[in-house]
Design a protein. Structure first.
Length: 83
């Protein structure tokens, strides 16, 4: 009985960890090519001698999901805080 309980716990733990690793930090509604095209457009507009620096939204306290700035999100698709 104890062995079966340990095996079940191990399977559940392995499944949960495998699922957690499969989550993407990037938005999945748009393909990566879309964001690359957006970055290339910005790059050509600002020129080769300039750099675009955008800061993502900070982590908020509590259980509120942070929302990225529209410009940052439009160019990167990243939803992770402090990106």
């Amino acid at each position: 009985m104890k062995v079966a309980l340990h095996r079940t716990a191990a399977v559940l733990l392995f499944t949960a960890s495998a699922y957690g690793q499969s989550q993407s930090y990037y938005h999945s509604d748009f393909p990566p090519e879309e964001f690359r095209a957006r970055w290339e457009k910005v790059s050509t507009q600002i020129g080769k001698e300039a750099a675009a620096i955008l800061q993502g939204a900070p982590q908020v306290s509590g259980f509120i999901m942070p929302r990225q700035d529209n410009n940052f999100y439009f160019l990167s698709g990243v939803e992770t805080p402090h990106s």
